[in-house]
Design a binder for this molecule. Sequence first.
Ligand SMILES: Cc1cc2nc3c(=O)[nH]c(=O)nc-3n(C[C@H](O)[C@H](O)[C@H](O)COP(=O)(O)O)c2cc1C
Length: 185
Amino acid sequence: MDTLDAIHTRQSVGKVKPDPVPRETIEKLLSAAVQAPNHYKVRPWRFVVLTGAGREKLGEVLASSLKEKQPKFPPEAFDKERGRPLRAPVVIAVGVDKPVEAKVDQVENICATAAAVENLLIAAHAEGLGAKWRTGSPANDPRVKQFLGFEPDHHLIAFLYIGYPEFDLEPVERPSFEDRTVWME
Ligand SMILES: Cc1cc2nc3c(=O)[nH]c(=O)nc-3n(C[C@H](O)[C@H](O)[C@H](O)COP(=O)(O)O)c2cc1C
C-alpha cells in the first residue's frame, strides 16, 4: 500500500477477530514504530506486548484495581473490567521513559513516543490489521503500571488493541486541514 493511501485510509477499528496475529507481523509493526523521530536519540518508547494469557493477567489487574476502588460495585462490573483486554488478540501497552539527563525533555519524549504509536497504527493498517488506540483510567492506574513494569510516575500513553478486522471498513471522511492552518509567506 502506498504511504499516503495508508495514512488517509487508516481508521480506528474497535471490533477485531480473536484470530492470533503471527509474531513476525507484530515485530514488523514494532519495527515501524521505532523509525519515529526522537530528540537526542533517547528512544524513549517502551512496548509491552500482551497476547494469550498475558491479556488475562492484565484483566485480573484491572478487575482487582476496580474492586479496591469500588468494592461495592456488582460482580458484573468486575467481570467487564476483567474482559477488557480480551477484546483483541494483541494488546500493546506503550510507555514513555523518564528523562535521565537534564537536556532531555519529558514532553519531547512523549511526542516521540506518540509518533511511534502512529507509525505502528499505519503499519498495522497497511498489513491488513485493525487497531485502536485506547487510554482511559488504566493508563493512569499505578497498579497497572506496576504490572507492566513501569513506575507510578511513568507516562503510559497507549493501549493498542490489534487484530484482524471483524468487518469491511467503510471509507472515512475527515475534516480538512484548512481551518487549522495559516500560511505565512
Ligand atoms: C491519546 C489518545 C487516547 C485515546 N483514548 C481512547 C480511549 O480510551 N477510548 C476510545 O474509544 N478512543 C480513544 N482514542 C481515540 C481513538 O483511538 C480514535 O483515534 C478516534 O476515535 C478517532 O478515530 P479514527 O482513528 O478512526 O480517526 C484515543 C486517541 C488518542 C490519540
